[in-house]
Write a protein that binds this ligand. Structure first.
Ligand SMILES: [Fe+2]
Length: 354
């Protein structure tokens, strides 16, 4: 299977993974044939990418790092908390702990993780899906740093609720499709302070988790907000969540811009890395997150194009690639595989559409 943009789907293409509505119900089951009417329905749900099965992607299995049910539960939980908090002033922290605990168990049980954080996101549900991804990515970074479960829990809770302060920001600012005015951006910045206040007021949430909400937009060179804190003055968990937050935000389609490909974001983060992000957190992140996810298209230095079919955890830039197009851009009759850990004179130039 592989993931493609909905505009590229041809009539009758087979869906390789079920698609869920924002409330967790199955919209389309795996194996469904995609017809124009169904594609329209997906667009109406702001779903713009699908996993499909076709001749060039046969036998490629793309596994999410956590199961779909846990992902939906976590997303729904964040959504309910953010929608109801202003009326109830209550966060059911036990539920949050439970869901974060299950995500941790799942991640720890898989010792060969190279995360394909490449799941389908609906533009409408962005904040909630983003929260779950930031939680997973932050936990992977924490695991890479050797954190025990107690620390992972505080990190995961703060990461899942890092943007909770947004519930106090007017919707018209949050969802504004055009550039924000200076005043509007000042308002957005306050979500860090609001989030800290909300989490601090909840006696069952640790201060470490509250500091994540406060500090996830601070940068170690002092260029962040709300206080332009520098390196040692930023809580380390907030530095972890900063890396996860930026990576997931840039690999997502937003109302105001299209997403970047994972390797472009890696380049962006690593070039800014020494100035803005914590080096230890970044090294741990690079270890666990896939630059060229399984199922994605790549161009090789030979000018051949293909699909990544297997990743090696120890060599994330040298996966196994199934070559589909020749260097003259002709589709091959017989695809073949190149294992870049064995063919050292060839390398990936960049990601591409296939
Ligand atoms: Fe934020």
């Amino acid at each position: 299977m592989r993931k493609i943009h909905i505009d590229k789907v041809t009539d009758g293409t087979k869906l390789a993974k079920a698609i869920f509505s924002p409330d967790g119900k199955i919209l389309l089951a795996s194996g469904a044939e995609l017809r124009e009417s169904l594609i329209e329905k997906l667009r109406a749900f702001s779903i713009f990418e699908v996993y499909i099965e076709d001749d060039i992607s046969k036998g490629i299995d793309i596994q999410d790092v956590i199961c779909e049910r846990t992902r939906i539960e976590a997303k729904t939980l964040v959504k309910n908390i953010m929608n109801n908090y202003e009326f109830s002033n209550f966060i059911n922290i036990e539920e949050v702990k439970d869901v974060v605990g299950r995500i941790i168990d799942k991640l720890l049980s898989n010792d060969d993780i190279l995360a394909n954080l490449y799941n389908i996101k609906s533009v409408d549900d962005y904040t909630f899906e983003h929260s779950v991804n930031v939680c997973i990515l932050s936990l992977l970074i924490g695991m890479g740093l050797g954190y025990n479960t107690v620390r992972l829990k505080d990190l995961g809770i703060g990461a899942l609720l890092h943007d909770i302060g947004k519930l106090r920001i007017p919707e018209e600012i949050l969802k504004k499709p055009s550039q924000l005015t200076v005043e509007e951006f000042e308002e957005i910045k306050k979500h860090t302070i609001y989030g800290y206040e909300i989490l601090k007021a909840n006696k069952n949430v640790s201060m470490a988790s509250a500091f994540i909400a406060f500090g996830h937009h601070e940068r170690i060179d002092g260029s962040g907000y709300p206080l332009q804190l520098k390196d040692d003055n930023i809580h380390f968990y907030a530095k972890i969540v900063a890396v996860a937050d930026v990576f997931d935000a840039l690999t997502s389609d937003r109302v105001y811009r299209n997403k970047l490909l994972p390797h472009e974001v890696f380049e962006y983060i690593t070039s800014l890395g020494f100035k803005q992000f914590d080096q230890q957190a970044m090294n741990s992140f690079i270890k666990y997150v896939s630059i060229y996810p399984v199922g994605s298209g790549v161009i090789l230095s030979t000018r051949e194009r293909g699909i990544v079919i297997k990743q090696y955890k120890t060599m994330p830039t040298r996966p196994v690639v199934r070559i589909i197009y020749s260097k003259n851009d002709e589709k091959l009759k017989n695809f073949f595989e190149v294992d870049l850990t064995k063919t050292l004179n060839v390398c990936i130039v960049r990601s591409c559409e296939i």
